[in-house]
Ligand binder design. Structure first.
Ligand SMILES: N[C@@H](CCC(=O)N[C@@H](CS)C(=O)NCC(=O)O)C(=O)O
Length: 295
């Protein structure tokens, strides 16, 4: 690869963080972990406290919580607090306490005597599925299939987001080698899903599970051309079974609600910055539309 001055880059013996890299998230990337500032996390009235943002990883959890509520689990009532990662809110002392890895989503279960923190979206889905005894099969073979796809998603999505998305959409220079490498891998992953969904209604079998909830925001979003404006580039219309599955899931009322929570981009009627009550879906979005109309 050639740098701007056309000099081939030769890595030094020791990497030093001495310049901004110009990438989309350059201002929040650091090579060290831990808090940058003291700030406690807010806490609301519900058993579950979620600190998140409506990225694909965040949406997994809000969809899960809305599905649990739709199934009648009152204990799944939650406050969803907005963590604006572009402002570095993931580096507050409170957030680092909930997730030492400083990435949304993070959940704190306050329904137990000693609040339990859970981070990593896959771990949160599994924690909630086990807590409420639903959306994960109990039959060992079906459970193994569900777990396999859940962990497949957790291992695969970094190639889609951190690999393809980063180099195709966010990197300040277009590097053919990197884009080729990750476009190839993401197309292969989409084909894995397409072949699976050709023979199975849902990812883990006949029933909708946390495997669907984990995979849909990433690969459903990609197959529908919603991510990185990369739909045409990757010819995602070819993955017809993924599209059939993505469309079906998108129609679920809980999914429609869940994808709105902690959303700060897109049409105003799709944004619910914070969720503290089921009625917020109507009242807050109406308030926003009215405020926009009156300006
Ligand atoms: N493996 C993690 C990934 C979480 C993640 O990458 N979160 C991103 C947003 S999608 C984030 O918080 N980035 C902020 C940062 O990197 O500083 C999970 O699934 O929870």
């Amino acid at each position: 690869m050639l740098m701007d001055d056309q000099t081939p880059y030769v890595p030094p013996k020791v990497w030093i963080w001495n310049k901004p890299n110009g990438g989309h998230f350059a201002s929040i990337n650091r090579p060290v972990a831990g808090a940058t500032h003291d700030k406690e996390l807010p806490r609301g009235k519900h058993p579950l406290q979620l600190y998140s943002l409506a990225t694909p990883n965040g949406v997994k959890v809000t969809v899960m919580l809305e599905e649990l509520l739709a199934l009648g689990n009152e204990g799944a009532e939650y406050d969803a607090w907005l963590v604006n990662i572009r402002d570095g809110a993931q580096f507050s002392s409170g957030f680092v306490g909930a997730n030492p890895n400083s990435k949304i989503p993070a959940l704190v279960d306050c329904s137990v005597a000693e609040p339990v923190r859970v981070f990593e979206s896959g771990a949160i889905l599994l924690y909630l599925a086990e807590k409420f005894g639903t959306l994960v099969p109990t039959d060992p073979a079906l459970r193994a299939e569900c777990m396999s796809w859940l962990f497949w998603q957790m291992g695969s999505a970094p190639y889609l987001g951190g690999g393809f998305g980063h180099f195709y959409a966010y990197a300040p220079i277009k590097i053919e080698y990197a884009i080729d490498r990750f476009a190839m891998e993401v197309k292969r992953q989409l084909d894995v899903l397409n072949q699976r969904l050709a023979i199975s209604r849902y990812i883990a079998g006949d029933d909708y599970t946390i495997a669907d909830i984990a995979i849909w925001p990433w690969y459903g979003g990609m197959a529908k051309g919603h991510l990185y404006e990369g739909g045409e580039f990757l010819q995602v219309h070819e993955y017809t079974h993924v599209i059939r599955w993505a469309d079906e899931i998108a129609q679920r009322p809980a999914v429609r609600r869940g994808r709105m929570v902690n959303r700060v981009m897109g049409p105003l009627e799709t944004q619910l910055h914070e969720r503290h009550d089921a009625s917020d879906f109507e009242t807050q979005t109406q308030d926003k539309l009215q405020a926009a109309g009156s300006t």
